[in-house]
Design a protein around this ligand. Structure first.
Ligand code: ADQ
Length: 492
């Protein structure tokens, strides 16, 4: 059943010709671009892009340019029999229409907490030890993808609509759409890493997953490493080989596979960082009076982000370089995430224990070595906190890209910038060579890099930051969208 909400269709007061806040037009685009249909597990908040991350801003930008539809699961699920017709709630804001799909509660949980986040997430982050493989997870994953496909088939306006599907939750969606006779061009972008074939084939479902991926027209990955892992996994699974241009013939279509590193809206983030809220300014002044430098980490509280090792590295810094005791403080902001999944409760307990033991060992009345905040922080405050920090610590054990690395660079004062310490296992490391690149499995390596960052001369900081800023400005969110959509439209 389709439900159109008349009050929300005009919410925000935008007329069809008004652009959304913060969304700009790109030069040189076709007068009549094809309608874009985006699908992701969750909908971004198009009413308030200042709160949105890179994906939502980039996607909303493209949607506002072309006009189009964004389909995602509704935050509200229903306690209904799995066979019931899905309920779709439509809203319009300017040229963007959103469709929120209400899904059966239990099947959604087995799909989201189960197959997506207990099977695929650990597998794709090289953590075979954490993979929980159950047939009911896979069954629900396929069922929910089929529901997405049925809903989407009803929302398409014709065979020219370009369909762009996002992330590991929705790998089988193209296969389900093809089953319903949809011949449109369909693209898929994987936001997380793709594992090497030796790990990938460890899932009993690897053949099905590859078959599903080969139903798309365009397959996009964050890095050249992920792209190579994917191509090798395809070859290992069913002998299809991608040629030098990244194309292969399968299922009667030419499939393009390429890397499209995701970026951020650099100008908008820098603006937010310059307009720091009053509490951030007061905190910064207090630290300046005390002569304290700030090291910052901002992450979802996920085991892939390497948080306990990062705290141990800070403790090692204090041990090996005691001159930083009472001279540096480490602020870790870790937002709660996927708390229904067991591995996430464990990582939380581990982190709290590590922060407690480091503070217990080193803290005194005037200095708390680690300040740990376990909640989401508004993006405006986050940007200000990043700007007020002398070191950005981004040390995931594995990460598709890691947007915080790019946000830290964008937030800095170019005349007196902080230093980024970046894991070689973050996708961002492929682009950001001027950061201090570290091995997050080596506590000593990370501790020494923090020491180097804290004492780096101004001239070197400015030089490294200038190169990094140029790179993230060139490969920003708009460029990511433009290049993917050009490939999807068959223009590049
Ligand atoms: P994530 O794993 O969520 O994204 P990341 O790229 O760092 O990782 O993006 C997180 C976003 O959430 C950033 O914009 C960050 O500022 C924000 N955020 C994190 N913690 C926060 C907090 N405590 N309060 C407020 N905001 C917070 C996935 C992949 C990544 C890939 C992105 C985009 O895992 O590898 O870079 O998608 O493709």
């Amino acid at each position: 059943m389709l439900q159109r909400s008349s009050e929300t269709q005009t919410a925000g007061g935008s007329s069809a010709s008004e652009p959304l806040g913060g969304v700009k037009k790109h030069p040189g685009q076709n007068a009549e671009p094809r309608r874009l249909v985006v699908v992701s597990n969750r909908l971004g908040n198009i009413r308030d892009l200042s709160q949105a991350g890179g994906l939502a801003v980039g996607v909303a930008d493209a949607l506002a340019d072309r006009g189009g539809l964004w389909l995602g699961a509704s935050a509200e699920h229903r306690d209904t029999a799995a066979g019931d017709e899905p309920l779709i709630h439509l809203e319009r804001l300017g040229r963007i229409e959103t469709a929120a799909l209400s899904l059966p509660r239990e099947a959604y949980s087995l799909y989201y907490n189960g197959y997506a986040n207990s099977t695929l997430w650990p597998l794709f982050h090289y953590r075979l030890d954490l993979v929980d493989h159950r047939s009911e997870f896979l069954h629900a994953y396929r069922h929910i993808n089929a529901r997405f496909a049925e809903a989407l088939a009803r929302l398409l306006t014709g065979k020219d609509d370009l369909i762009w599907i996002h992330d590991y939750h929705l790998i089988p969606l193209a296969a389900e759409l093809r089953r319903l006779g949809i011949g449109n061009r369909i693209g898929f972008f994987l936001h997380i890493p793709f594992p090497p074939p030796d790990l990938f084939v460890a899932t009993p479902d690897h053949e099905e997953l590859i078959d599903d991926l080969l139903r798309y027209d365009v397959l996009g990955f964050q890095t050249e490493t992920d792209l190579a892992n994917f191509r090798r996994s395809v070859r290992a699974t069913n002998s299809i080989t991608f040629d030098i241009n990244g194309t292969a013939e399968a299922n009667g279509r030419t499939i393009v596979s390429r890397s499209f590193p995701i970026g951020i809206d650099v100008g908008a983030f820098a603006r937010m960082a310059r307009e720091a809220s009053q509490d951030v300014q007061i905190d910064t002044m207090r630290r300046q009076i005390l002569g304290l430098k700030q090291i910052i980490g901002v992450d979802r509280l996920d085991y892939s982000k390497g948080l306990p090792g990062r705290m141990q590295a800070f403790a090692r810094l204090l041990e090996r370089h005691p001159e930083h005791q009472r001279a540096a403080t480490y602020l870790q902001i870790a937002s709660p995430t996927r708390e229904e999944v067991g591995a996430y409760a464990e990582i939380r307990a581990q982190l709290e224990a590590t922060a407690g033991s480091v503070n217990g060992k080193y803290a005194d009345l005037a200095w708390t070595p680690i300040r740990y905040i376990h909640r989401a922080v508004p993006r405006t405050r986050l940007a200000g906190l990043l700007r007020a920090s002398q070191v950005g610590l981004v040390t995931p054990l594995r990460d598709g890209m890691n947007l915080v690395a790019k946000e830290f660079i964008a937030a800095q004062d170019p005349a007196d910038p902080g230093v980024l310490v970046l894991s070689r296992f973050a996708g961002a490391a492929e682009e950001l060579a001027e950061a201090l690149i570290v091995n997050p499995y080596s506590i000593d390596d990370v501790a020494d890099a923090i020491a180097k960052a804290l004492t780096m001369p101004l001239e070197e900081r400015v030089e490294r930051h200038g190169a990094l800023l140029t790179r993230i400005s060139r490969n920003d969110a708009a460029e990511w969208c433009r290049s993917f959509l050009a490939a999807l439209a068959g223009e590049s």
